[in-house]
Design a protein around this ligand. Structure first.
Ligand SMILES: [Zn+2]
Length: 193
């Protein structure tokens, strides 16, 4: 992603205490009922806390009850597994809701033929490949100049956007592509553990 010069805003992970570019961290805020909300795109108001999208940091924040301290609210009953699932599912949900929005505004391309055509025209801002697409197909679609992500499964995209399994999609609008890439990066890191 291109960025204008200037210092990137940094925040500290509450798990490992390292300072990182804010965009590399997951943000959590407290909900009104004492629960946790994943602020997927870092847009919610209120006191928030940041942590790396890594299993180890998730374990640390839960074990040492750093969530309650960081959010200055009593947050109870969170296990590392539950936290990971909460964070993962929130990102996955946002990814698909952004894709639905892309379709609504006409910047989502689905299917191999249509995506190939748009790639040739140089109109693709983000290429999305299902994780269980064959390696051969993945290689066939990778373009050096086009950012790409691997998220979800053939069946998931099929259920969301067509009747058949779907493994190749593209987004043609740069702003939405950036938002999708941001969310997809977190998903990748959580999966890597
Ligand atoms: Zn960390």
């Amino acid at each position: 992603m291109l960025r204008l010069k200037g210092k990137k805003p940094e925040r500290r992970c509450v798990g490992c205490w390292s300072r990182k570019d804010k965009g590399e961290l997951v943000r959590l805020v407290a909900s009104d009922d004492g629960g946790l909300v994943v602020d997927v795109e870092h847009k919610l108001e209120g006191r928030g806390m940041y942590l790396c999208p890594r299993r180890e940091c998730m374990k640390k924040v839960v074990r040492k009850d750093r969530i309650s301290k960081a959010l200055r609210r009593r947050i109870e009953g969170v296990t590392p597994e539950a936290l990971e699932t909460l964070i993962y599912e929130a990102h996955k949900e946002r990814f698909f809701s952004l894709l639905h929005f892309c379709r609504k505004v006409g910047c989502l391309i689905t299917g191999r033929e249509a995506v190939r055509k748009e790639l040739k025209r140089g109109r693709v801002s983000l290429l999305i490949l299902a994780k269980d697409l064959s390696d051969r197909s993945k290689r066939a679609f990778h373009c050096p100049m086009v950012p790409w992500v691997e998220v979800g499964r053939l069946k998931e995209y099929g259920e969301a956007f067509s009747t058949k399994p779907l493994g190749v999609l593209a987004v043609t609008e740069a702003g939405l592509a950036r938002r999708l890439f941001f969310v997809a990066e977190k998903l990748r890191q959580i999966e890597e553990g």
